[in-house]
Design a protein around this ligand. Structure first.
Ligand SMILES: *Cc1c(COP(=O)(O)O)cnc(C)c1O
Length: 758
């Protein structure tokens, strides 16, 4: 490997290792990794076994260099070679994340590809190669500021442009070239190397300067611009639908290119189309790729099959994962827009609707209504399986969201609880804890997280307890240094690290956390809470640029941070830090250093969550509601080993029938004071809209912040009371060794056993 790396650096840049820049070293080292897995990659590609395509508008892959080195078994050697040249492998922390996704859904897709390769399961990723990923966030005067994410400035050395596999995607107004870029998906110590294929949109006729002078040229260049625009930028909305034409183009572009690609390969096998579902099936990551269903029918009809024959085949080819029950996130596309962009596909949707009317009561079941296509209903009607992403979420789908569909198709509904890869989320991000675990049970847990169960009972081993605390402190020091450098905020490492990191959304209730901090601040100022252990509240979150209330909440938390951190009395007990540009690489550092994991969504709203799992695997107890996968975390580790509070789903439903938030404020002067601080000038800015959202309007306090306030405070104080006790660290350790269920290896095996059957 040494000579290989030297040769690459020399051939590519004419330099020695020591002369090369970080970017040059990174690109060369990545090339060495790709070269190393090339043979396995070719072999995997040439297998004719049944496969699944994970079709997703987002792959939040983050930084690939360390994960790929680890998985390819090259990490130690790479460290050694670099060290010999006086280079610390950590220089690659400068390399920016590939943020081709918004949050949980995109990160899940990345974890699943990694786990599938590790488990020798043939799962390809298909998506879009956005020129700009999720925006970079900074704070200006406490407000979120967005900048373009030029992730390609570091190069894209793991990808290979495959010109020969270019396909044409047809829109009513133009034809567009889809050019694939392939990335190897390297499993941990496994032979299978899968492919992540991302499509880039390009004009069939390139921008032509010669023609630019005449009218013909204007038209060509306009088309070149419109073509490139399709994969230009990731839509920055998480859990909300933005019904833009360009977004619809992206979705169709992705599915048409991916299906054509698959069909081209299938046709080389000279089988009949009936055998297609034995060769290739698809997992739809939310409704974003649902147009694949009518598009597949269209493509089969182009091959000479009838609609009925095509539908019969297609019914065995698709499975649908639902990720949210929030109405504002469930996609519905106007017929008009489909007619304007992809009329041939709309035709197939209408034929599917006709088929539905033959089979089901059309007063109760529909795909098209009010001139809109309900993408979830389309997906459920045709898919073989529909799954939720945590046990409680699947139950809500069956009993509420898709109740009528569950009545006719009970056999379609299954649960597959989400997971995260233990390579990135323990082995790589938490070196100190990994070493400690390995010193006790060997390193088999990296491939099989279930082996952590061998540690059962070790929370009573004094030496392990001591070593665990030491390992946590190493990570806290590292995080504090990083935050000092990047945010300019001094965080004492002896403070409790209480962390809430996730997209900013009202349902995730960062506001509840913020109000609780104001409560604590006022109590401390009044001389109460003498025994409260110093705590730093750390936030990381991006808001969708057009989400006004979420942006106000960011400003509020930054305003509270100023208030708290600059008060000499309060800041002796608490500090607040909102880190900028929360992303995968930041998450890796945060979860290994956390003393408490905030998972405080209103029960019923967070389909699963995956951030909660990252903390658990790293041995951090959850301060959370019985929502999403928190329920299963509490079940696996024991409820008493976590800090569970608040209304349950059933209690939320009951309370919502006649909710009067003012009733929770009236007899609670401390809460009243907290709310008044939003508008009375206590803070340096006023937050009337937030205040009003809690107490006024036709749905005040939609996410029951005020109803859960007391039980949240109580549990937060209890967690603080236990912190630094033996009891507390025992809870940490039990969570860590009970976390197997939340490995994405387990999720992938569930998908395969329940759905794909590869
Ligand atoms: C894991 C992850 C998420 C999802 O977090 P939740 O708490 O499950 O919402 C979002 N963004 C990034 C960068 C992540 O790594």
């Amino acid at each position: 490997m040494k000579s290989c790396l030297e040769t690459f650096v020399d051939v590519l840049y004419g330099k020695s290792l020591m002369e090369a820049s970080t970017k040059e070293l990174y690109n060369a080292l990545a090339k060495v990794v790709v070269k190393n897995v090339e043979k396995n990659w070719d072999e995997t590609r040439n297998l004719n076994n049944k496969r699944c395509g994970y079709l997703s508008a987002e792959f939040l892959i983050g930084r690939m260099i360390y994960a790929n080195l680890l998985n390819a078994g090259m990490l130690d050697e790479a460290k050694y070679i670099l060290e010999q040249n006086n280079i610390d492998i950590n220089v690659f922390e400068e390399v920016e994340d590939a943020a081709l996704g918004n949050g949980g859904l995109g990160r899940l897709a990345a974890c699943y590809l990694e786990s599938a390769a590790t488990e020798n399961i043939l799962l390809d990723g298909y998506g879009l190669r956005y020129r700009y990923g999720l925006f970079k966030q900074s704070f200006k005067n406490g407000f979120q500021n967005e900048e373009a994410d030029d992730w390609l400035k570091w190069g894209d050395p793991f990808s290979k442009r495959v010109e020969d596999d270019t396909v044409i995607v047809h829109f009513k107004d133009m034809d567009i070239k889809a050019v694939p870029y392939d990335m190897p998906v390297i499993g941990y110590h496994s032979k299978v190397v899968n492919t992540l294929r991302l499509w880039q949109s390009e004009a069939i006729k390139e921008f032509d300067f010669k023609e630019f002078d005449n009218m013909e040229g204007v038209k060509t260049n306009d088309e070149a611009y419109k073509a490139k625009e399709i994969t230009y930028v990731l839509y920055p909305n998480d859990n909300t639908l933005e019904g833009k034409k360009l977004r619809l183009r992206q979705e169709y572009f992705m599915v048409s290119a991916s299906l054509q690609d698959m069909l081209k390969k299938f046709k080389k096998l000279n089988l009949t189309f009936k055998e297609l579902p034995n060769y290739y099936i698809w997992q739809l990551n939310d409704t974003h790729p649902t147009l694949a269903i009518p598009e597949m029918i269209r493509l089969l009809k182009n091959e000479g099959l009838s609609f009925d024959e095509s539908l019969k085949i297609v019914r065995k080819m698709f499975n649908f994962t639902n990720h949210t029950i929030m109405a504002e996130a469930l996609e519905q596309w106007p017929i008009e827009m489909l007619e304007e962009l992809i009329p041939d596909v709309l035709k197939e949707i209408k034929l599917i609707e006709e088929d539905l009317e033959k089979n089901l009561d059309k007063n109760k079941y529909f795909i098209i209504k009010n001139n809109k296509v309900n993408m979830a209903y389309l997906a459920i009607y045709v898919s073989e399986h529909v799954n939720g992403v945590a046990a409680i979420h699947t139950e809500i789908l069956k009993n509420n969201t898709f109740k009528e569909w569950y009545e006719v198709y009970p056999y379609k509904f299954v649960n597959v609880t989400n997971g995260v890869t233990p390579r990135r989320w323990l082995a790589l991000n938490n070196e100190s804890l990994s070493k400690l675990i390995t010193s006790r049970i060997g390193d088999g847990w990296v491939k099989n997280l279930g082996e952590l169960a061998k540690l059962k009972g070790i929370e009573n081993d004094e030496e392990f307890l001591k070593d665990f605390i030491t390992s946590r402190n190493i990570n806290k020091i590292r995080l504090a240094n990083y935050i000092e450098k990047h945010e300019g905020i001094d965080i004492p490492v002896n403070y409790m690290f209480d962390i809430q990191i996730k997209r900013l959304h009202e349902y995730k209730r960062q506001l509840l956390n913020a109000l609780s901090i104001l409560y604590l601040a006022f109590e401390i100022k009044e001389g109460n809470l003498i025994d409260y252990k110093p705590t730093v509240f750390i936030f990381g979150a991006k808001s969708a640029p057009g989400y006004y209330m979420a942006k106000q909440i960011i400003k509020l938390i930054n305003t509270i941070a100023d208030y708290v951190n600059n008060d000499s009395v309060i800041s002796k007990k608490i500090k607040v830090c909102f880190v900028q540009n929360y992303n995968v690489s930041y998450a890796e550092k945060l979860v290994s250093a956390a003393d408490l994991s905030e998972q405080i969504s209103m029960a019923g709203m967070e389909a699963s969550g995956t951030g909660n799992m990252k903390f658990m695997i790293n041995g951090t107890p959850t301060l959370g509601t019985l929502d999403g996968a928190n329920v299963e975390i509490a079940a696996e580790a024991g409820k008493s080993n976590n800090y569970i509070f608040g209304l349950t789903v059933e209690e939320v439903d009951a309370l919502k029938k006649n909710y009067k938030p003012e009733l929770f404020v009236e007899n609670n002067p401390k809460l009243k004071k907290v709310l008044n601080a939003l508008i009375d000038g206590t803070l340096n800015a006023k937050f009337e809209e937030i205040y009003d959202s809690l107490l006024k309007g036709n749905e005040p306090d939609r996410y029951l912040v005020l109803a859960d306030f007391n039980s949240y405070i109580e549990m937060k104080l209890f967690a603080n009371k236990e912190y630094q006790s033996k009891e507390y660290y025992k809870k940490c350790i039990v969570n860590m060794y009970s976390s197997y269920r939340f490995s994405s290896d387990r999720s992938i095996k569930d998908y395969n056993e329940l759905i794909w059957k590869l």
